[in-house]
Design a protein around this ligand. Structure first.
Ligand code: AGP
Length: 609
């Protein structure tokens, strides 16, 4: 996720672009930049850090001009720094980009052989070189952009400004958002509605594979193949605050709905269904280290700890390596035994959680190989580990982790397949089936999210209870823990997650009509046993909310609330069963009126002991 803004019109534009970028800061805030055309030149100002730093730089050295592009960055390739900030300027052509170019390494090699010199570590600069090269050949900016886009694979929304055609900007989109807006004698483009809502309410959303030229009079949209596109503008009636959240009431709800795309971004370019494999250069671990591993130690806190628990099941099942999961705070304190053949995997959305960072330092003192699974590029934990596997979920603003949990799961699943393939414990055939299943998960997630209204209704009926129990077996046990944590942290309702097999060892004593029990029971090898647990709950008057696979007959006729997920490979059920639980907690909390995005006493990044 990054934010893009473009302006073409009669007014001085740098402050307009800066103000519009501020409305997109939720999309990224590690560096920012702006390029403005003036008197035959493109002048660029870029700064590391949040947008106020760019604002300060522009106050000290204002940029004149009325045609410009701007960007606020969420790093995916190349650490947050001024050199990696956009726009990237190559031969009088400035480019801003939101997305991930999958084949950037191959293209970079090719361009370098032809003599291109790079000044950043970004994939975007490669695109700037491609466009500059094509423009020199064709003499036309739009054709150059089109020709270059045919060479890249991956997701993009881009804006391109050139001194050769300074009265217009070329924009294009594939799998990253871009909206165009027309004002009085001025035209805008942006990654999201709030950026330009102050100037216009008539907006056109670009579709996949479309390219547009914008100038002060408006815009012309085409397909990449040159076919013209005619589309009526939509009138946006959102309030500015509503708009920042994309029309959702809270960031948490927006992020719940972003999960299909976020998982696509995590998996994108790393796996090959054809070969049934995961690329080692894209997973932060080399083949030799994968072969040497005798034990995997996963270290994390909170929600990331629950993802790590699922990861343990996958690593043991697919790679046949013993795996242990450690709470970072406990691990760092107890003086753990570390073997040189251990693989230490630190899981952290922020990459800055102090306990996890300190635990990694403790583990590294034993010369074990270490890997970070993190969302924030170049944060402290991936900087400390030997390798990093970034989840590319985009910034998560809600304190309750949702899309970062499911993208951590996707990353851990790829790690387990990678280890299994290298160690010959996972056949190509089975790996192909599993990776095909993983590729289908985003669409299945979209299907699960359609039950939102029903879940909101169930939440309303249960919001007055003061305690909840969440039960699961096998892969669903960590999901029970996660469901309970989500409910606790945003609704302040006491909730416990339990392995269903442990019921009879204590928690069954709690069950009565005042205890809603959420049972996570997709069709897997434990299904028959957990049906028994469900019967025990119902026999004691408990109220059950059941998450199960569609098409089930065994549960017919039971007095339960049933929420269904579509069938998928057993191993992948955690990526689907957690979604109804996130929605349930969200709607219980919203109904109670708590501060969903910033619940009391909690911080998004815990950098204290
Ligand atoms: C989850 O909803 C919480 N925000 C919290 O448990 C979080 O997962 C934990 O603090 C770990 O954070 P990290 O992933 O950034 O290390």
């Amino acid at each position: 996720m990054c934010g893009i803004v473009c302006y073409v019109g009669p007014k001085p534009c740098s402050n307009i672009i800066l103000d519009s970028l501020k409305k997109l800061e939720y999309r990224g805030y590690d560096s920012a930049g702006i390029a403005v055309y003036h008197n035959g030149e493109i002048n660029v100002t870029r700064t590391e850090g949040k947008l106020n730093r760019l604002g300060e730089a522009l106050t000290q050295a204002p940029l004149d001009g009325s045609v410009g592009i701007g960007h606020t960055r969420w790093a995916t390739h190349g650490k947050p720094s001024e050199a990696n900030a956009h726009p990237h300027l190559v031969d009088h052509i400035a480019v801003v980009h939101n997305g991930i170019l999958e084949n950037h390494l191959e293209l970079k090699r090719e361009l370098a052989q032809e003599g291109a010199v790079f000044s950043s570590e970004t994939d975007t600069e490669i695109l700037a070189h491609l466009i500059a090269r094509a423009r020199a050949e064709t003499g036309d900016l739009k054709s150059a952009v089109r020709q270059s886009l045919y060479q890249v694979q991956g997701s993009y929304a881009i804006a391109v400004l050139s001194t050769h055609e300074p009265e217009r900007i070329v924009v294009a989109k594939n799998a990253s958002p871009l909206v165009l807006g027309r004002g009085e004698g001025e035209t805008f483009a942006a990654s999201d509605i709030p950026a330009i809502l102050e100037y216009t309410r008539e907006m056109i959303f670009l579709d996949e594979g479309e390219i547009a030229t914008i100038d002060a009079e408006g815009f012309a949209i085409e397909k990449l193949n040159g076919d013209p596109v005619r589309r009526e503008p939509k009138t946006i009636n959102w309030s500015p605050v509503q708009a920042e959240k994309g029309g959702f009431k809270h960031f948490m709800l927006k992020e719940i709905h972003e999960q299909p795309l976020a998982v696509e971004n995590t998996v994108r370019s790393r796996i090959s269904v054809e070969t049934g494999d995961v690329a080692s250069e894209r997973i932060g671990l080399d083949d030799a280290s994968a072969l040497r591993v005798r034990r995997v130690v996963l270290i994390a806190c909170g929600t990331s700890h629950h993802a790590a628990l699922v990861g343990k099941y996958w690593i043991e099942a697919l790679a046949q390596v013993p795996a242990e999961v450690e709470l970072a705070s406990e691990y760092r304190a107890r003086g753990p035994l570390v073997d040189p053949n251990d693989l230490i995997v630190a899981v952290s959305q922020s990459g800055e959680t102090l306990d996890t960072l300190e635990a990694v330092k403790v583990a590294k003192s034993g010369s074990a190989r270490s890997l970070a699974i993190a969302n924030v590029l170049d944060s402290a934990i991936p900087r400390t580990t030997d390798g990093a596997l970034y989840t590319h979920a985009g910034p998560e603003i809600g304190v309750a982790s949702t899309k970062c949990f499911t993208t951590q799961l996707a990353a851990l699943f790829m790690l387990a397949v990678f280890l299994g393939r290298r160690r010959n414990t996972l056949s190509q055939d089975r790996a192909q089936k599993l990776l095909r299943g993983l590729m289908e998960i985003p669409n299945l997630m979209r299907e699960v999210l359609t039950v939102e209204k029903r879940i909101a209704g169930i939440a309303r009926q249960h919001a007055q209870f003061s305690d909840f129990l969440f039960l699961g077996r096998s892969y669903s046990f960590p999901i029970a823990l996660e469901g309970a944590l989500k409910l606790k942290e945003i609704s302040y309702i006491h909730a416990e997650g339990y392995a269903a097999g442990e019921m009879k060892h204590g928690p069954i004593a709690l069950i009565d009509k005042n205890l809603p029990v959420v049972v996570i029971m997709p069709h897997d090898g434990s299904f028959d046993r957990i049906v028994g647990n469900l019967q025990e709950v119902l026999a004691r008057g408990g109220k059950a909310i059941v998450i199960t696979t569609s098409g089930d007959k065994v549960l017919d006729g039971l007095d339960i609330e049933r929420i269904e997920i579509p069938p998928c490979p057993v191993e992948l059920t955690p990526l689907l069963t957690v979604l109804p639980l996130q929605l349930l907690s969200y709607y219980v909390a919203d109904f109670k009126g708590t501060d969903v995005d910033q619940p009391r006493n909690l911080a998004k990044t815990v950098t204290v002991e």
